[in-house]
Design a protein around this ligand. Structure first.
Ligand SMILES: Nc1ccn([C@@H]2O[C@H](COP(=O)(O)OP(=O)(O)OP(=O)(O)O)[C@@H](O)[C@H]2O)c(=O)n1
Ligand SMILES: C[C@](O)(CO)[C@H](O)COP(=O)(O)O
Length: 229
């Protein structure tokens, strides 16, 4: 089946507090987005890549592609303008795909460059079998939830909790239908959008190195995890 990956990088990275948008920061000397795109290309040589960026970041990305010619040599991709929220960026990426054939579409955070090739391949396999697949890991920490009646945080059974990652992979017609829905604040990922159609989400074991680069210490962790020995 035809495979697409939509790499959403339409955010402004407020929590990273860096002058350079976090998706362009250099990890082992290469832009974070290059690492992300490359993992999908390594997973499937024939995959079609769509990169979603804010329109005002297109010139910076084009410059980076000139400075690092290996980006376009190894990971040719279509550039699509992002939206106001992650939902709207995913929606625009999805609109860029024609629906003339069956296809599996992965939506992946541009700032998760350490996703493994094996996880990507495994997730596509599960999506082929179950119609969708979402990477997730168990919590290594204890978890508490605010109780509005008691005005206190109460412990949850962490064996019942999963921490959700990307990629999140769906059949194209399902995604197109899901993203016709009106935006809601509870849409923090693509699975929550699809689920509202009454579809059960299929979780696949992810891995702990697939971190989302969100705040400054995440760059140190990513550098350490990619260190060549
Ligand atoms: N309007 C938006 C907002 C987010 N994203 C993408 O969704 C992913 C996960 O979001 P997050 O880490 O929250 O990124 P930012 O929104 O950029 O960060 P912050 O919330 O700190 O501003 C990122 O790859 C981000 O670029 C996007 O494509 N479009
Ligand atoms: C999609 C996601 O990475 C799954 O964990 C996450 O929900 C993104 O959340 P953010 O609020 O955009 O950081």
């Amino acid at each position: 089946m035809k495979k697409y990956a939509i790499i959403v990088a339409g955010g402004t990275g407020q929590r990273m507090k860096s002058a350079v948008p976090k998706q362009f920061l250099l990890l082992q000397g290469k832009p974070i987005l290059f690492h992300t795109l490359l993992q999908f290309k390594k997973a499937f040589a024939d995959i079609e890549l769509i990169l979603v960026l804010p329109l005002n970041q297109f010139p910076t990305w084009n410059l980076l592609c000139q400075e690092h010619p290996e980006i376009l040599q190894t990971c040719p991709h279509q550039l699509v303008e992002g939206g106001a929220t992650r939902f709207h960026s995913s929606q625009r990426g999805i609109q860029a795909i024609a629906i003339e054939q069956q296809a599996l579409v992965a939506i992946h955070d541009g700032v998760r460059p350490l996703v493994s090739v094996e996880s990507i391949q495994q997730a596509y396999q599960h999506a082929q079998e179950y119609g969708n697949a979402v990477l997730a890991v168990s919590s290594k920490d204890s978890i508490r939830q605010w109780d509005h009646h008691k005005n206190v945080y109460l412990p949850l059974d962490r064996t019942q909790i999963k921490l959700i990652q990307t990629p999140q992979i769906f059949e194209i017609s399902l995604l197109k239908r899901a993203y016709q829905q009106e935006y809601q604040d509870l849409f923090t990922d693509d699975a929550s959008v699809v689920e509202l159609l009454g579809i059960d989400i299929h979780l696949v074991e992810g891995n702990y190195s697939n971190i989302k680069i969100t705040s400054p210490e995440d760059m140190l962790i990513a550098e350490a995890l990619t260190q060549k020995v």
